[in-house]
Design a protein around this ligand. Sequence first.
Ligand SMILES: *[C@@H]1O[C@H](CO)[C@@H](O)[C@H](O)[C@H]1NC(C)=O
Ligand SMILES: *[C@@H]1O[C@H](CO)[C@@H](O)[C@H](O)[C@H]1NC(C)=O
Ligand SMILES: *[C@@H]1O[C@H](CO)[C@@H](O)[C@H](O)[C@H]1NC(C)=O
Ligand SMILES: *[C@@H]1O[C@H](CO)[C@@H](O)[C@H](O)[C@H]1NC(C)=O
Ligand SMILES: *[C@@H]1O[C@H](CO)[C@@H](O)[C@H](O)[C@H]1NC(C)=O
Ligand SMILES: *[C@@H]1O[C@H](CO)[C@@H](O)[C@H](O)[C@H]1NC(C)=O
Ligand SMILES: *[C@@H]1O[C@H](CO)[C@@H](O)[C@H](O)[C@H]1NC(C)=O
Ligand SMILES: *[C@@H]1O[C@H](CO)[C@@H](O)[C@H](O)[C@H]1NC(C)=O
Length: 812
Amino acid sequence: MGTHFTPLLLLSLIHLLSGISAHEFLLPGTSLSVEDSSDTLNSPNGAFTCGFNNISHNAFVFSIWYTSTAEKTVVWSANHLHPVYSWGSEVILDTDGRLAVKDYNGQPVWENHVNSSSSAEQAQLLDTGNLIVKGQGDIILWQSFDSPTDTLLPNQNITAATKLVSANRLLVRGNYSFRFDDEHLLTLFHDRKDISFIYWPDPNTNIWAKQRNSFQTTTIGVFDSWGHFLGSDNLTFNATDWGLGVMRRLTLDYDGNLRLYSLHKPNGRWSVTWMAFLRTCSVRGLCGMNGICVYTPRPACACAPGHEIIDQSERSKGCRPKFNLSCDGQEIKFVKLPSTDFRGFDQSKYTVVSLRTCKKMCLEDCNCKGFFYWNGDGSCYPKSFLGGGVTSPQLTGSIYIKLPKALQVSRSSIPHSQPYGPKYVPKCGAKNNNFTVDFLDKPKSSQSGPKYLYFYGFLSVIFCVEVIFVALGYWFILRREGKQLTGVWPAEIGYEMITNHFRRYTYAELQNATRKFKDQIGRGASGFVYKGVLKDKRAVAVKRLADINQGEEEFQHELSVIGRIYHMNLVRVWGFCTDGPHRILVLEYVENGSLDKTLFSSKGSHILLEWNKRFKIALGVAKGLSYLHHECLEWVIHCDLKPENILLDEKLEPKITDFGLAKLLNRGGSNKSVSRIHGTRGYLAPEWVSSAPITAKVDVYSFGVVLLELLKGARVSGASDADEDVEMVLGRVIRMLAENLMLDGGEQLWIADFIDSRLDRKFDEVQARTMVKLAVSCVEEDSRKRPTMENVVQMLLSVDEASGIVQQYSTS
Ligand SMILES: *[C@@H]1O[C@H](CO)[C@@H](O)[C@H](O)[C@H]1NC(C)=O
Ligand SMILES: *[C@@H]1O[C@H](CO)[C@@H](O)[C@H](O)[C@H]1NC(C)=O
Ligand SMILES: *[C@@H]1O[C@H](CO)[C@@H](O)[C@H](O)[C@H]1NC(C)=O
Ligand SMILES: *[C@@H]1O[C@H](CO)[C@@H](O)[C@H](O)[C@H]1NC(C)=O
Ligand SMILES: *[C@@H]1O[C@H](CO)[C@@H](O)[C@H](O)[C@H]1NC(C)=O
Ligand SMILES: *[C@@H]1O[C@H](CO)[C@@H](O)[C@H](O)[C@H]1NC(C)=O
Ligand SMILES: *[C@@H]1O[C@H](CO)[C@@H](O)[C@H](O)[C@H]1NC(C)=O
Ligand SMILES: *[C@@H]1O[C@H](CO)[C@@H](O)[C@H](O)[C@H]1NC(C)=O
């Protein structure tokens, strides 16, 4: 301890003297930056850290987390609806107490709400994990405890104005919330688009059975540091390790269960010390439509017989039927699922009817998907949808689902729960809970493998917090329906949505727009491109990506970044579609197609690119790349620049396409050196093949090749008829050009010989010479010797006629 003391004191002294303290306080006018991961606020006891937390490679959220847990555990986050870039973003404290998270372009994406009657003194993170903005005289202008996300910390209260909303590892909001209901009871809700269902406490029990007090005048829930929770409605619970000195959190998990966790300090892992549901299957909507929650004995999702899983990674999407039911005399059968119910969606309720009558009623009703029947009291509930399914030995009564007679249903596809005992307590703290498929009827031999798995109904463990794959799409849905949803939760009205056209499209919408993918306008390594017209009459190019191995939410993260890139020399990304297996981009439609078609077509091309057009194209492409590399985000390396990826608009201005895709397209096999390569031969920088690091300079190399092709009007690699290596051809051309460039002054005829003969020697010699020079330096073997795209733009601008500097050069 002593050894640490002096430097610490010295450090704080320096901070005090210099007026900045990046570690304990944030003073008005100062900020925390996203780039420096040590630029954080720490609580004095070291338990909590507050700063930018990356939820993907490039997306950061201003959050508070535990400093030392095995897995980063975020307890609060500000801009989870709008993550910011990994570069240039910051959170800044204003003199009036406003704390604002700003994106790389200065756009505020989140702001706290303060009563700015007093000026702010500082922001600081307290030992409790509460981030506060203090005004003069120690008054609290704002505190994070007033706007919880999915977690309540000891000493943090839940009030009528606050609620917990489930969120996953990537801070994407789920559909469950914990808040006061209109009877002033603390309640768990399953929030659907415009309706909320209560699932805890059990809505079918009366207030006495709930042991709660409704309509209390105060609405508060107090969670103390002993691990005891007491609500104004008499909701009471107590951690099993009740006592002081334990770090705890009460979290509404993504699976809809409310759990109290305690931290085991030596290994930094969490264990559950209380939870709302011992039986997780009681959480509403866990397995989605046509899905059934079963205990194996762990809770798991299965599909109803005759149905198949929609999205393995997102179980709440449920299952789809593998059959079509028509009402015109198709032969129907009912399949019995014992001890099963689909909660809700009752068309009506009958009592004291026979099973036969119940069957008949459902058979005659085209909308009836099945019914629940209990012969104990002859109750019959025809169902319009099969949602909220659960199978449990405790359940009396059965579900009969309606299926075509021809459909084969094996006995083993009928879910049945294993008995579960009171001893079953999940270890949610342990990270190694994986998604092992726990089978109902395990096949004797494992040889039938995954097919079997699909055939007999998908089933897998969904328990615990490690619900890893989630649709980030919810975020986009939120963005689209921002008004509706922000209205639901007053604590969220600070969020400013960036309004642009970027959005998610459904597969059906794109099918419509492209007339079922009729009009193919291109094909590339990344996929096929179709022309389409959106409902709002915008012409778009729709690109179906092949080979996307990325998970849905990773894909959407990357796209959310790509979607915000806007530059006139870059093709605009309007949106995307990730329905089921589809991975589709919706792009701006560019009239004149790709550069290779115009530039290389030999016989009677409809357009001959004149010199000044070629120069403009070179400049435009350079500007686009420069924007990607420098002005926009450092990480966007194109990796596959070539004439095919340069589109020309109606004025023959270039627009680069396919940027940002390198990350999405994960080509190649297990061989590391192969899977690293993204580009196209002839345009590939040598470092792709060597083990040198891949930097933005690979694009500079490809740009050099494109520049030569613009001059030459032909592919450089097509220069030789012999099957010479493309790299060798390029090398030879470059050596020739480099030698010629050395011929100072004097004969410059070689330039005219090199340039496209179709131009009839109509070109600007200064510009041409500069472009050759640039091209030669761009394809340097050593990436460090290549210029940056910014240098390239400057060089080209210096000889741009429009800029007027050209005279100065041509006279010298
Ligand atoms: C956050 O960044 C670190 C280091 O760059 C990286 O290892 C980690 O995978 C990132 N986290 C996510 C969720 O992408
Ligand atoms: C802010 O001021 C308004 C009106 O002056 C008051 O009603 C409200 O309670 C204040 N909010 C806080 C957080 O102090
Ligand atoms: C929570 O409520 C308790 C009891 O009403 C109160 O003493 C305490 O100050 C509250 N805590 C916060 C952070 O508001
Ligand atoms: C939330 O509910 C909406 C429908 O209201 C659904 O589309 C979405 O998939 C649900 N999200 C999750 C994570 O369950
Ligand atoms: C309050 O809760 C406790 C424990 O849950 C219970 O014993 C008590 O009867 C409840 N009081 C009322 C008025 O419901
Ligand atoms: C919580 O549980 C402990 C031990 O089980 C008990 O001693 C304590 O009184 C309980 N606290 C409350 C507030 O009920
Ligand atoms: C159901 O009908 C639709 C259109 O009528 C068809 O596209 C689909 O393939 C059918 N599904 C099955 C499982 O037969
Ligand atoms: C998943 O769990 C199974 C059984 O519990 C275990 O055999 C397997 O090694 C685990 N896999 C991982 C990646 O932890």
